[in-house]
Design a protein around this ligand. Structure first.
Ligand code: HEM
Length: 538
């Protein structure tokens, strides 16, 4: 094959990248020098010693020595797939984003993951699952970096290092690898009771999905849509699996983890290979973009709260079909880099303090995980829209940039001032008003103080057998705690969620039910929730 060609943006094309890796039938060094032998090192005589001058030996071993990159600090274990998203055209009045246009097809790459385990851990751990989607849209890349649980453990990103330190294995023994069954986890969630809602979802069957193909996905945070006429609305994203939501029982999970720790990634790859393409419908709950950012007493900026679908139905926007497996795990599933800050015109962020921190965290971690700032040039991360940034040089730069003046405007190589493009829309930063006379403060709104009402709502929404599973999961996991004070503190939180649940778990642990944890006096759960709680089928 010939030398790699360079596209007008200075980047080699995908096919050329492959040719650069394996372009001829014979073996060469990394510099293209043909080799006669790759099985014997160069020695002083047939019985050695080996010579330092053997460049091929050193190149081969040295490259191998550096084959691994750091695993993700969270969500290390994952499985990916390529697919397509097709818009229904139903969102035209509420967002400018072209990706939702009727019958518009956009290529996607999805990475499903567990959160806590290392790269080699087992798939059926009781854990949250990541559900991250990269939409390669005509208007730039949009990443919807969600989970299979609609709420999160914490309300402010500044606690993310803390919750992850608590949930990852103990620093002394490095156990457990990928479960909630340990002291630091229960210590954290019983002290930071905002985590109780997410935790009860983990203790339910949602924590052990049957398949990636049968999981819901959630954007968790509230995002903002910007309509063609500039009006805005607040939205929460939902992925609904066409196959329905299914889980396994804990006993099935235990056996499966032993028999086939790759169960979920095998299931996904096998289904795609067999042509049984997994599908999801993407929808949004839509809320008025009011000054309070509240809906029926639920704070839309609090990521530990959801809005029940009984109060705000999910409105379908399009369908995703996963139809191709990655051909190289490392190049695609491992090197893909998602970021909730990757947004397109018509979709913007809100002030959710968890989302705000995520906007910084992903790019920052990828600078070290992927070795410098140029990983957007990796094939899996490359936008499908044209790129003309002023970013230059840096580690692993593969583009050969043209021109002498990497700034705009310039008078040397035709760089004009920014203009509104005639054939496309620029990104819109919504001019969200800042709270009048707000002071700088470390704190949160009082509406964030209700930690238990939605956990209760979730528990009451379950069938009797599902509730039994929840009680069994708490009992199993808490029984693994060495510290009784932590078990008792978690029982106090359960007593604040549901007295029967607390009693069942306490009995299982051989403990008394303690007084319920108390919410601050001014906590006002949404009255709309209690309406739902009463009418929910039991
Ligand atoms: C990775 C979701 C909160 C930091 C991920 C991944 C997902 C995800 C799905 C895996 C991406 C992949 O497959 O490559 C979420 C959700 C959150 C949340 C839904 C809350 C609603 C946070 C917060 C932070 C954070 C608050 C930090 C302040 C990270 C980091 C990674 C990660 C550092 C690793 C990224 C990489 O190495 O490429 N998250 N996350 N996440 N998340 Fe989050």
């Amino acid at each position: 094959s010939g030398p790699a060609t360079v596209s007008p943006t200075g980047q080699a094309t995908g096919a050329d990248q492959a040719a650069m890796a394996q372009g001829c039938p014979y073996l060469t060094t990394a510099h293209g020098v043909r080799l006669a032998d790759s099985d014997h090192s160069l020695k002083a005589g047939r019985r050695g010693p080996t010579l330092l001058q053997d460049h091929h030996l050193r190149e081969k071993i040295s490259h191998f020595d550096h084959e691994r990159i750091p695993e993700r600090v969270v969500h290390a274990r994952g499985a990916g797939a390529h697919g397509v998203f097709r818009g229904y055209g139903t969102a035209a009045k509420i967002t400018q984003a072209g990706v939702f246009a009727k019958d518009k097809e956009t290529p996607v790459f999805v990475r499903f993951s567990t959160v806590l385990g290392s790269r080699g851990s087992a798939d059926l751990a009781r854990d949250t699952r990541g559900f991250a989607t990269k939409f390669y849209t005509d208007e730039g890349t949009w990443d919807l970096v969600g989970n299979n649980i609609p709420v999160f453990f914490i309300q402010d990103a500044i606690k993310f290092p803390d919750v992850v330190h608590a949930a990852k294995p103990h620093p002394d023994r490095e156990i457990p690898q990928a479960q909630s069954a340990h002291d630091t986890f229960w210590d954290f969630v019983s002290l930071h009771t905002e985590a109780q809602h997410h935790t009860i979802w983990n203790m339910s069957d949602r924590g052990i999905p049957r398949s990636y193909r049968t999981m819901e996905g959630f954007g968790v945070h509230t995002f903002r849509f910007i309509a063609p006429d500039g009006t805005t609305s607040l939205v929460k994203f939902h992925w609904k699996p066409v196959l329905g939501v299914h889980s396994v029982t804990w006993e099935e999970a235990l056996v499966t983890n032993g028999e086939d720790p790759d169960f979920h990634r095998r299931d996904l790859a096998d289904a795609i290979e067999a042509g049984a393409f997994p599908e999801w419908e993407l929808g949004v709950q839509v809320f008025e973009d009011n000054e309070e950012q509240m809906f029926q007493g639920i704070d839309l900026l609090d990521p530990t709260k959801l809005v029940p679908e009984e109060l705000a139905p999910v409105q379908p926007l399009g369908r995703m079909t996963l139809n191709a497996n990655p051909s190289n795990y490392f190049a695609e599933t491992e090197q893909v880099a998602f970021n909730p800050a990757n947004l397109v015109p018509g979709i913007d962020v809100t002030n959710d303090p968890l989302l705000q921190g995520r906007l910084f965290s992903y790019l920052d971690t990828q600078l070290s995980r992927l070795g410098g700032p140029n990983w957007t040039q990796l094939p899996i991360n490359r936008p499908h829209a044209p790129v003309n940034d002023m970013l230059r040089d840096g580690m692993h730069q593969t583009a050969v940039h043209r021109g002498v003046a990497p700034y705009r405007p310039n008078s040397l190589d035709g760089g004009m001032p920014f203009e509104t493009p005639a054939d496309g829309r620029p990104f819109i930063d919504h001019p969200q008003p800042i709270e009048a006379s707000a002071e700088k403060v470390r704190g949160h709104a009082a509406s964030f103080d209700d930690h238990f009402s939605q956990a209760r709502l979730f528990f009451l929404s379950l069938s009797e057998v599902e509730r039994e599973h929840v009680a069994q999961a708490y009992t199993f996991e808490l029984a693994k705690c060495y510290e009784e004070t932590i078990r008792v503190r978690q029982l106090r939180a359960l007593a604040a969620i549901d007295a029967r649940l607390a009693k069942t778990v306490a009995d299982g642990l051989g403990l008394e039910v303690p007084e319920p944890a108390e919410a601050p006096a001014d906590v006002q759960p949404s009255p709309a929730l209690s309406q739902i709680g009463k009418t929910w089928p039991v």
